[in-house]
Design a binder for this molecule. Structure first.
Ligand code: HEM
Length: 372
């Protein structure tokens, strides 16, 4: 059965949908949204600001706001623009790797590369001053803390407040960056809307990518044969797609989890009616493991095509997918170019998971290498 009732992290109840075809169809179904007519009494997925309490909105209000967001962001983060960023991503990555190799082995790859790279890239795109970047780590981590609403709200408030000031400054002194262009091209958008969008981007743009880079290193360490294939640059994109589809054994999210939505109408799924107002979890990870779509789903096996749903599907498809793909392919290419051997130092099972964070991942990723 591809649909069942499950408890959520916040202690409420939700419908979990797991089959590939059903999850894919519902990701693109506009009868499911983020808003709710009665947010205070709506079932919740988490107690975090992120994917926690829904906002009050009708389907029309939500669609209108969402369409504006896509109009503003999609051109900025287009595949063409992100390809143009590739040399800069490579340069930032090489600087980080230069620092990594100065360290004694084993060194922490998470701290040295996976974490800073996406933050540096998104900050540069948005035009966030380098000096302020360290602070984002704390705010963003606080924001995505699960089951500590207070801490999560404080992180969000700090990030939003900072972005508000930054947007106001850029309105006075525009520069060559995404925030300045958003202000310039959408003069009717309110400052706080631009600030909220930018804060969201900064968040969406790094937690997920950090976890994916760490996962790439873990999965490739478990499958050394795949490392060797990466010397052929054409082999890198399929490996990246499989890293995105596959979940490392250390992922914290349970099988009862998924991308949260609210039913804005009664919706029928496989003969079951989901009543309007109910919480629905779209099981992207479970869909990515549906053996009707991915034969031998537990195997880490570059597949072409690889129609995973890790970036979602349809009208909410991840705006940052082209950027995430550039960051991931560049990271793998840099590692196989610079090192003859590279991989996890020690046992995967010994790594500590980030259990407090929504995206999960590891606290540290000790690695060893031999330079080419
Ligand atoms: C490996 C890294 C990433 C993964 C796995 C990922 C995953 C996702 C998923 C599953 C969605 C769809 C959410 C839904 O259906 O409600 C999404 C949306 C989004 N992502 Fe990403 N993302 C990644 C990187 C990024 C980056 C780097 C950015 C920044 C530019 C970004 C910005 C966004 C935005 C703005 C949305 C909202 C799109 C909408 O609602 O229309 N993401 N992402």
């Amino acid at each position: 059965m591809a649909i069942k009732r499950v408890p959520t992290m916040a202690g409420d109840e939700a419908w979990l949908v797991t089959g590939y075809d059903q999850v894919k169809a519902l990701l693109a179904d506009r009868r499911l949204g983020r808003g709710h007519p009665d947010p205070d009494n709506a079932p919740r997925f988490t107690n975090s600001v992120v994917l926690g309490k829904p906002h009050k909105a009708t389907a029309e209000e939500e669609n209108e706001k969402h369409a504006l967001m896509r109009r503003m962001l999609a051109p900025e983060f287009s595949a063409k623009n992100m390809e143009a960023m590739r040399p800069r991503v490579r340069q930032l990555l090489n600087n980080l790797l230069d620092d990594l190799v100065e360290q004694d082995q084993p060194a922490d790859f998470h701290e040295a590369v996976s974490f800073p790279l996406p933050v540096l890239v998104i900050c540069e795109l948005l035009g966030v001053p380098a000096a302020d970047r360290e602070e984002f780590r704390g705010w963003s981590e606080a924001m995505s803390t699960l089951n500590d609403e207070q801490k999560s709200m404080e992180g969000f408030a700090k990030l939003w407040g900072y972005m508000g000031e930054l947007v106001a400054r850029k309105k006075e002194e525009p520069a060559d960056d995404v925030i300045s262009r958003l202000i310039g091209q959408h003069p009717d958008a309110r400052e706080e809307e631009v600030a909220q969008l930018s804060a969201g981007l900064l968040f969406a743009g790094h937690e997920t990518t950090v976890a994916a880079i760490d996962r790439a290193v873990m999965l490739l360490s478990l499958h050394p044969g795949q490392w060797r294939t990466l010397r052929n640059p054409d082999a890198i994109p399929p490996v990246v797609e499989e890293v995105l589809r596959h979940r490392a054994p250390l992922e914290r999210r349970s099988d009862d989890s998924g991308m949260p939505r609210y039913a804005m109408a009664d919706i029928e799924v496989e003969g079951t009616t989901i009543p309007a107002g109910d919480l629905v979890l779209l099981g992207i990870d479970q869909a990515n493991r549906d053996e009707r779509r991915f034969p031998d789903p537990a195997a880490f096996l570059p597949r072409v095509p690889n129609p995973h749903l890790s970036f979602g599907h349809g009208f909410r498809f991840c705006v940052g997918a082209p950027l995430a793909r550039v960051e991931l392919t560049e990271t793998l290419e840099a590692l196989v170019t610079r090192f003859t051997t590279f991989g996890l130092a020690g046992d995967l099972a010994a790594l500590s998971r980030r259990t407090e964070q929504l995206v999960g991942g590891v606290v540290q990723l000790p690695v060893r290498w031999t330079e080419a």
